[in-house]
Design a protein around this ligand. Structure first.
Ligand SMILES: NC(=O)c1ccc[n+]([C@@H]2O[C@H](COP(=O)([O-])OP(=O)(O)OC[C@H]3O[C@@H](n4cnc5c(N)ncnc54)[C@H](OP(=O)(O)O)[C@@H]3O)[C@@H](O)[C@H]2O)c1
Length: 267
């Protein structure tokens, strides 16, 4: 288990606020939980398969601040499980101020091979579940004048080769961000973050997709004007910024080292 980072900026939130981050036992979701917790939020970790990691993360956070973290498990592609999960959320700490829709599946679906099961999985985790979870939790967020942050992707705008279904799902999530920002205003703010290359795909993902070669990775790095991958902390810090920016809604902020500007760093 990695260490809790300690060198963050000075943004902070009132200690009573409660955040739920879906898919947060590992990787970017975990980093978001750590940052929000460090800023004073009580946190609800959500997982599907990573129950051991979720439990360990909460133990770690509750040692730092007793009664400040709990975890819930649900497959968000299962409508009944999503409903039960949403119903359980308000009871954890008695309120909800921030929902971060982070859980996602990601793998290629080359044209000619894509299946309905893959479609349902990719659209389910990346847009259907975020929509229905937001809808179910909106009454709680209304009470707190809370906000929603969706983890989108720069490939919602610019297609990633062989990933049409994932890209379409993220494009729908981008539109959901803007639509719900309009529909839930003026009480609930809804924003998105579009990461570029932050973490290479997980082992879970590489089990169903070819591993990126060093040449592939070099090709991606060549498209990033800032010349390096982002850090999970870059995403976590942006979540905290948007969570504490009262006049921003309906925006999707690219955190990508300039990659969405297009072109390559080579002449
Ligand atoms: N990593 C990057 O560089 C990058 C780039 C662009 C966009 N993003 C976006 O940023 C977010 C986080 O990225 P990441 O790479 O950290 O994500 P990830 O590791 O691929 O997935 C995060 C978690 O989503 C959960 N999940 C997937 N399907 C689920 C389902 N049906 N029900 C419930 N949970 C489900 C999994 O939880 P369990 O492990 O508990 O099963 C998984 O650990 C994602 O929305 C991703 O699309 C990331």
């Amino acid at each position: 288990m990695s260490e809790i980072p300690v060198h963050y900026g000075t943004l902070s939130a009132p200690p009573t606020k409660v955040a739920l981050v879906t898919g947060s036992a590992k990787r970017l979701g975990r980093e978001i939980i750590l940052r929000l917790h460090q800023a004073g939020f009580r946190v609800i970790v959500h997982c599907r398969q990573s129950t051991v990691e979720a439990q360990q993360l909460c133990q770690q956070l509750n040692i730092i601040r007793p009664d400040s973290a709990c975890w819930l498990r649900a497959d968000l592609n299962n409508a009944q499980a999503l409903g039960e999960f949403a119903a359980a959320v308000p009871g954890q700490f008695g309120q909800l101020d921030l929902l971060v829709n982070n859980a996602s599946s990601f793998y290629p679906t080359p044209v000619g091979t894509a299946t309905l099961t893959q479609w349902d999985d990719l659209f389910g985790s990346n847009v259907k579940a975020p929509f229905f979870l937001t809808q179910a939790l909106a009454p709680e967020l209304y009470k707190q004048k809370g906000c929603v942050i969706n983890l989108v992707d720069i490939h919602a705008e610019k297609p990633l080769a062989q990933h049409s279904v994932y890209c379409m799902a993220k494009a729908a999530l981008a539109m959901m961000t803007r639509s719900l920002a309009r529909d839930l205003a003026p009480t609930i703010r809804v924003n998105g973050i579009a990461p570029g290359a932050i973490l290479w795909p997980s082992e879970q993902t590489t089990a169903v997709m070819p591993t990126l070669t060093e040449q592939d990775k070099a090709g991606i790095l060549a498209q990033i004007p800032l010349g390096h991958l982002g850090q999970p902390t870059d995403i976590a810090q942006t979540v905290l910024f948007l969570a504490t920016a009262p006049y921003i809604t309906g925006q999707i902020l690219a955190v990508d080292g300039g990659r969405s500007l297009g072109g390559t760093t080579k002449a």
